[in-house]
Each structure stands twice: as C-alpha cells, then as structure tokens.
Design a protein around this ligand. Sequence first.
Ligand code: G3H
Length: 537
Amino acid sequence: MSIQTIFKDKKVPEEFDVPLKKNYDKYLLNGTIKTWKGKTSEVYSPIYTANGEGNYEPTLLGTLPVMGEKDALEALDAANEAFNNGTGSWPTMKVEERIKCVEKFAELMATKRDEVVNFIMWEIGKTLPDAQKEFDRTVDYIYDTIDELKELDRNCARVKLHSEVYAQIRRGPLGVVLCLGPYNYPLNETFCLLIPALIMGNTTVFKPAKFGVILITPLLEAFAEAFPKGVVNILFGRGREVATPIVKSGRVEVLALIGNSKSANALQSQHPKQNRLRLVLGLEAKNPAIVLPDTDMDLAVEECVLGSLSFNGQRCTALKMIFVHENIIETFNKKFVQRIEQLRCGLPWEDGVKLTPLPEPGKPEYIKDLIEDAVSKGAEIINDGGGDTHHSFVYPAVLYPVNEKMDVYHEEQFGPVIPILSFKDVQEPIDSIVNSNYGQQVSLFSKNSDTLAPLIDSLVNQVCRVNINSQCQRGPDVYPFVGRKDSAVSTLSVRAALRSFSIRTLVACKNNDLNKDILNDILDNNKSNFVSTNYIL
Ligand code: G3H
C-alpha cells in the first residue's frame, strides 16, 4: 500500500469517534473540579481528517488550559496542606482506608475505558489493541499494587526485639510528590508513579505529558470522588511554567518523572535544598540487540522487528541499535526488511495495523535529518520507501551500515528509524555499550548457552536487564524496571515503587517495664495507626 493513500477517504467508525473542537476546561484543585477561564492551547491529533475542501489537516481535538506559576503554586499549597507536615489525614490514615480510596478510584476508572482508549488513539496514534492493553495493564497495576501493599503491611505488623530494643518498622510517606509522565505511555507510566506515591500516603501534584493529555480529563471526577481534598491535584500546561516553580519553591519532596534527562536535570537543579529531593526517574535509553552468528534467525528477526517498531519505536525500551555478526548480516538484513514490509500502515483502529502517525509535530523532520546525516556518512536505506513521509506518518527506515560518526548511533531516535551495524568481534558491541551514556537493557540472540553465558555475565554489570532471544521490554510490571547511567534513578515495579515512594521509619524503645506497658496499651487499645499489629486481609 502506498503511504500517500492511507489516510485518504477513510471514515472514522462511530465507536472510535471523539468529540471535536471541545474546550477541555476542567482541572482538579484541592478536591474540587474547577473550570479554567484563562489562556488555552489547541490540541491537534496526529491523525489527519478531511477539511471539507478536499484537503487533509491535523484534526483539531479541542483546547486545554495553559496554566502558569500562580496555578502551580495553588496546587502545591493544596498538596502541602493535605500532607500538613505528615500530620494530615491522608499521611496518617490507616493503610486499609487508603487502600479503599485507591480501590474506589480503580472501579470508577474502569468505567471510562472506551473514552480513554479512544483518546489514546487520537492523541498519540497508538493502535487500538495497544491502547486497550495500556488501559487494562494500568488497572491491573493498581490492583497488584494494592495486593503488594497489603503484603508489605502484613510483614510490618509486628514488634521486633533485637539487642534489648523493641521496634516496629514500617514505611512512611515522604511528602509532596510532583508527577510528570511521558507521552508514549500517557496513562500507564504516569499512573505507575502516581498510584504508588498516593497509596504510600504522599500527596501529589500531577501534570500530564505534552501529548496524551485530554485522555486524563475523563478521570478527573474519579480522582475527585475517590481521594480526600488536596491529595491529588491535576494541572495542565507546559513543564517550564508549571513544574519549574513547584520545584523552585522547595516545597516538594519527590520529583517523579518519566521523560528525558535534560528536563530532569533542569528541574532538579531548581530545588533549593537538593538533598531533600528524592528522584524517581525513568529516562532515555539506547537499548541494543546483539545478534550472534549462531542465532535462530527467524526468531531474532521477529523480536528485533517487534523491539524496534512496536508503537513506531516510541518506547524507552525499544531496540534502538541492532548489532549483527558479519557472517549473517546479509541474511539478517534481507529477512528483517521483508518482515517490515509485512507490517500494515494505517489508522490506529484499523484491523492489524502496526505502523501509525507520530504525535510529535517535529518528528518527521527530525527523522529525516537523522537519515540524511547517516546517508551522508556512508549508510544506505536498505528498505523500499524507508523514511517516506506523509504528513505525520513516517515509513520505517532501516539504515545500514551505521557507524559512530552518525547522529543516529548516539541519539535516542524514539521513532521509526533502525540503525544496523555489523561486527566481527563481540567486543565491538560490548565496547559500544560501555561507552554509551545509557544503561537500561540489551537483547542477546543466540541458540548457544556457551556463547551467551559469558556475555550475560559481563553485560549484567552494564545494563539492568539482559533479554535472551527476546526484545527489550518493561513488563511484566512486577519485575524491576530500572537503568544505569543516564537511563534511570530509582527502581519501579509493583513492589519497588512502593519502596521508592516511601522511607523506612521505626518506633523503638529499650526493653523495660515502663516501655512494655506503653507499647501494650497502645497495641491493645488501637491507639496508634503506626504502632499496630493489625493484620490486613
Ligand atoms: O517507554 C517505556 C516503557 O516503559 C516501555 O514499556 O516495554 O512495556 O513497552 P514496554
């Protein structure tokens, strides 16, 4: 299919329609859904629709608030008041009660599935199955988090005695958390920060990413209904105008951000007392695949296509470089290109579509620059139509042979361009990983355990997940999602996130009659939410 025709004469099936040109003017401040009266910005979809004169234009979805410093600080005040130096009702609430609020939120959220899924498709161009998966995975994540917290709490429901000191050790909240999510997983990755932060007793200010923002609006009521006032505050606007003043004020204890290290560095440097700011960051990556001579070729090709092109390569975990042994490079390249040719391009809701429009307006231009730079330095586009662009759609470009002089070797392309390099000695890709600024994951392809074992042993100390004959990925979400170097700070997983958003706190006393009487009295009469041996079932 020619990409010039993929958006032409298409009707949007009724069930995937969203309201157009709507003023999305609601936001959540201090427990109340407010109506925004100030400046707004237009939100366009990467999906082009007919304008009535036979031309196609990016679809105007509507407008969103552009909030500023004053609004950001109001939200921060609300979150600080709800935390109230750790004495607010939310941080001191019994864990079961907080769990009930989160359960209520999950129930209300589930009722908005279709609406949110449609916006995921329209706002960021994610395919229907992937958008549905993102929603369902997020709801599962919430319920898994609840189970994990119950387990954590049960393990803490006891008073220990060691070296004649009694202690009850729990995990306490940190304070106010500023949550900033990414556009590629605007629901899932953001909620993987927000939900553990909340359930551990922190209060939050949350600003959605630069794209994938309207999809949060159907959930405002659920947040307002499920959580006490001030616990969740949701703002819209640019990071510079909203997030910067919040960090600069010093009245925020955690910066939780999935995005890139430049924005993370710029933000964290604004905090007046940097040692007080805990960082929970998922940042960029340049995950390589290393395809060894004794590989199962079809399996390697399949996983490399999935790894490099799921959601058009817009995943932090995407395979962004493919190193292939020189003995098999020809066959690999041929099969890889053939497999890409089978991927269907089109609109997100069309059956079997894998390649879709890109939400970042400047992305096609950026990809073109990467391709031109690589070609000027000796690479070829080895697939027919590679890099062809039609409005917001870019057909994947497979570049070979790529070398260190090219921008695409160093930059996180986060899009449909795939650099392939051949190697003679496996030390070459290892050196590339060692010298890279990133250290998230790697994929190794070989049928031979003797080939793989020594590589595994050297690479586990360079990256945080070594995938064998499998693409790189975050899931399942119970596994640690983490990275070395500029790829992450702190660990996320259902369990690890609860730890990342809390701090160990203990109540301790020397073993004597007075202290034992006090402890017994508190425990027997349920006088404290912290000192308690109650067991959550
Ligand atoms: O963008 C980064 C995401 O965490 C990747 O998650 O591997 O499940 O697509 P995924």
